[in-house]
Design a protein around this ligand. Structure first.
Ligand code: 6PG
Length: 466
């Protein structure tokens, strides 16, 4: 018997997905560039209901998979993916599908899909969220590619996906780069959410003088409320974890410097290209960037005068509301980027389905996501999540907390870039008469760019005083 699917790349995510597939009764052929990884992996799959076979040779691997073949690659989505496409395509036949399950730049996915167009080989870009545990026990998956490939993949993907009340967290979202784009925006929202949590943690640590254990208890208390989410959960657990070597809270021995692999930055780049702002995500990407200049920051602490003023330290209820409001605003920006991309690339993205498949399995899963999904399903007024009736009710209740938190942080010199960006965006959207008339005046003054008037049509110039 031939395998129903091939999995190439036995790193953390590839092995976990292969085991998940076998656990659901699918026969899986596996391969890996380093052959000894295959031998190390096979014993892990022993006893699962699906049959798992290992193949060091690429031609053997391909021959072990039933036609039309579905082959999932879990390897870096950069040069290695291009090399593997080149190596495997001559071995494939009409109707076979290559899936890139990594965090690919959707521009690469579009390029690869276009290159395979007309060859009979199908290319799928599939975003997989949920980390190792998700991949093993139920990830959320965002699929882009042909209907043919989806028909092949669907039964397997739905079986291994996380379930939200029985609904599998996987969907075919559109052609070529659609799945990877949606995954990229998921990660952008993830960055913003993580940053907002870190900012609230900072307020408790630096302004309220709380230790890691105390802060952990506050987060623990939020695990049942409106901000309940996977990221709140792991934050509470991370704060309660102790470093074996020193006996200190682990968070207190970790350097305040965070890297990134690129997805958050891509969300922003693509948003800006489409004339959108995803300012909460920008703040989060920027904060990771500045975090890497630790030496400068430590020198600057002695050189810069923060000129702070006393501020009332917000209570934890305000902080919870700040997180709630900012999370709604961050997601709203992410959804706005998705709808812009849908129009730009003719994807016809089903935003409600996207929200639905983010309700379980993925990193940004939260109690709010079901509310978002309901709001998007009901139709977004003017295309904006923040205008959905349920979200407006939430925002009205939570915004005072966000305002107090941002104000107190500003007075006390505590940086809260993502929370402030969220608030500033809200207030921009809530201001019917903005201040861009001044920008227009300046542009016309120095560059004769012209401006539109409120009382007349057409382009006009001002009689500027020189
Ligand atoms: C997920 C995560 C996952 C991974 C990212 C983190 O949805 O499961 O987003 O894809 O953890 O690579 O990205 P950074 O390394 O850029 O923080």
């Amino acid at each position: 018997i031939r395998a129903q699917i091939g999995v190439y790349g036995l790193g953390t995510m590839g092995s976990a997905l292969a085991l998940n597939l076998a656990d659901h009764g699918f026969d899986v052929a596996v391969s890996n560039r380093e052959a000894d990884w295959i031998d190390a992996f096979l014993p892990e799959a022993a006893g699962l209901s699906g049959n798992v076979t290992g193949h060091a040779d690429l031609a053997d691997f391909v021959a072990a998979i039933a036609s039309p073949r579905t082959i999932l690659f879990m390897i870096p989505s950069t040069k290695p993916m291009d090399m593997m496409i080149d190596a495997i395509t001559p071995l494939l036949s009409d109707g076979d599908t290559i899936i890139d399950g990594g965090n690919a730049d959707f521009n690469d996915t579009r390029r690869r899909s276009a290159a395979l167009e007309g060859t009979g080989i199908h290319f799928v870009g599939m975003g997989v969220s949920g980390g190792e545990e998700g991949a093993r026990n139920g990830p959320s998956m965002m699929v882009g590619g042909s209907d043919h490939s989806w028909a092949q993949l669907k039964p397997m993907a739905e079986a291994i996906a996380a379930k939200f009340h029985g609904d599998p967290c996987v969907a075919h979202l559109g052609p070529d780069g659609a799945g990877h784009f949606v995954k990229t925006v998921h990660n952008g929202i993830e960055y913003a959410d993580m940053q907002m949590i870190a900012e609230v943690y900072g307020l408790m640590r630096d302004q309220a003088g709380m230790d890691a254990g105390q802060i952990g208890q506050v987060f623990d208390g939020w695990r049942e409320g409106p901000v309940a989410s996977y990221l709140i959960d792991i934050t509470a657990k991370a704060l309660a974890s102790t470093d074996a070597g020193t006996g200190q809270p682990i968070v207190d021995v970790i350097r305040d410097q965070a890297g990134q692999k690129g997805t958050g930055r891509w969300t922003l780049i693509e948003a800006l290209k489409m004339g959108q702002s995803a300012s909460t995500i920008e703040a989060a990407v920027g904060a990771r960037g500045w975090s890497s200049e630790g030496d400068v920051r430590r020198a600057a602490q002695a050189l810069l005068d923060p000129a702070t003023q006393p501020a009332d330290i917000p209570g934890t209820d305000d902080m919870e509301n700040a997180l709630l409001a900012a999370r709604i605003l961050g997601h709203a920006q992410g959804f706005r980027v998705l709808s812009a991309a849908s129009a730009e690339f003719n994807w016809d993205l089903d935003l409600a389905r996207i929200a639905e498949i983010w309700r379980a399995g993925c990193i940004i899963r939260s109690a709010l996501l079901d509310e978002f999904a309901g709001a998007v399903r009901a139709g977004l007024p003017h295309g904006h999540l923040i205008l959905a009736p349920a979200m407006r009710t939430r925002l009205t209740a939570a915004l005072p907390g966000l305002r107090r938190v941002v104000a107190a942080a500003a007075l006390s010199g505590q940086p809260v870039p993502a929370l402030s960006a969220a608030l500033a965006w809200h207030d921009t959207m809530a201001l019917g008469r903005g201040t861009a008339n001044m920008i227009q005046a300046q542009r016309d003054y120095f560059g004769a760019h012209g401006f539109e008037r409120m009382d007349q049509d057409g382009a006009h110039h001002g009689d500027w005083l020189r």
